[in-house]
Design a binder for this molecule. Structure first.
Ligand code: NAD
Length: 337
């Protein structure tokens, strides 16, 4: 059994801690919760049956009782945490992104590779049922040669966050980073070469002057000729909406569904489908799948997962998008590497 520490007990750290203690992932045992600030850390741990909490996560680097860590701290801290745990030879599952800029992400990727550990980035969309099947269809040649990939992320509204507390570049570094990874994964074997991005504050226009961005569209050109598009919004009033499409010389495959069920209710006012949802409710199976893959790889299985190279490639696209949106021009990936 691999003994795991969750490092960062915020929203997604709590979700992952609940998942790891629910008996749904074989081979991982949550033994420590670490967070310098969460006021209810001890109560949270007690409620999950986790006996140990620490306030200084770096204390766990090299700790004999921790074989692996799940990093769910804020994005800007990922590189230093990866450096510490990789340096100590502990396996790492890190939430996306690797960092908030290419330099720190590249250092994190190098630290992870050098350490010879099991290292995985939390691109959970790769484990969602329809994306798994889309990948199989692309690999089987069903769409032929890939010409277009489209991917979108719309977070459920209403948007209730304070824009001042959201780091610059978040729509690219933390939201669209999923789409960037998915697009590269579905257009495997080719590299992104150029990006053009447009971003704005359409959901919270009052924050536009501070540089806040909540909506973005990105065009990505690849060296195999494929053209990809990715779009994101922080507020879809109808629910959580992740979808995608791969189109090629022989056909097309579509992924994602904005509804929770295939049931359609028809009444005097029309046809209805339940679209309310969140990442936690709609993508539970994908989160479970990514942790099972992490456990299986630690156990020696040869399972394909998003790793350091994938995290860095997605970060290049995010960085090029940030520059492109700021400078209103296409930006080559070589400019940000
Ligand atoms: N894959 C996904 O679907 C998904 C979903 C949500 C968030 N995320 C990612 O997970 C990360 C965390 O997001 P969140 O929404 O949970 O943020 P959050 O702000 O809710 O939680 C972050 C937590 O980290 C703690 N923290 C601060 N400094 C720390 C340190 N040095 N060491 C350990 N913990 C520290 C904070 O106290 C807080 O409890 C981000 O990188 C985000 O992009 C991924």
């Amino acid at each position: 059994m691999t003994r795991v520490a969750v490092v960062g007990a915020g929203r997604i750290g709590r979700h992952h801690a609940r998942l790891l203690t629910a008996g749904e992932v074989a081979g991982l045992e949550l033994t420590v919760l670490a967070d310098p600030f969460a006021p209810d850390l001890d109560e949270l741990a007690a409620g999950l049956g986790v006996s140990r909490t620490v306030r200084d996560p770096l204390e766990l680097a090299g700790d004999d009782g921790v074989d692996a860590v799940v990093i769910t701290a804020p994005a800007k801290l990922h590189p230093e945490l990866i450096e510490a745990f990789a340096g100590a030879g502990q396996h790492i599952f890190t939430e996306k992104p690797l960092g908030v800029d290419v330099a720190s992400a590249a250092r994190a990727a190098a630290d992870a590779e050098k350490a010879g550990i099991v290292f995985q980035v939390g691109f959970n969309r790769r484990f969602a049922e329809s994306w798994v099947n889309a990948k199989k269809a692309v690999e089987a040649g069903v769409v032929g040669s890939v010409q277009r990939v489209h991917s979108l992320t719309r977070d459920p509204g209403p948007f209730g966050a304070d824009p001042a507390r959201i780091a610059a570049g978040t729509v690219f570094n933390e939201t669209l980073i999923h789409d960037f990874d998915t697009i590269c994964w579905l257009n495997a074997g080719s590299e992104p070469v150029e990006v053009y991005a447009v971003a704005d504050a359409l959901v919270a226009p009052q924050a536009r002057e501070s540089g806040f961005q909540d909506s973005a569209v990105v065009v990505i050109r690849f060296d195999n000729g494929a053209i990809a598009t990715a779009e994101a919004s922080f507020c879809a009033m109808y629910g959580y909406d992740l979808r995608g499409e791969v189109f090629g010389s022989a056909g097309m495959v579509q992924m994602g569904d904005p509804t929770n069920t295939a049931a359609r209710v028809f009444d005097a006012s029309g046809m209805h489908a339940d679209t309310r949802g969140t990442d936690e409710s709609r993508y539970h199976g994908a989160y479970r799948g990514e942790f099972q893959a992490f456990a299986d790889r630690i156990g020696g299985a040869d399972v394909a997962v998003p790793g350091a190279v994938d995290g860095l490639r997605a970060q290049w696209i995010a960085a090029a998008s940030i520059r492109s949106a700021a400078e209103h021009r296409p930006v080559g990936i070589d400019e940000v590497k």
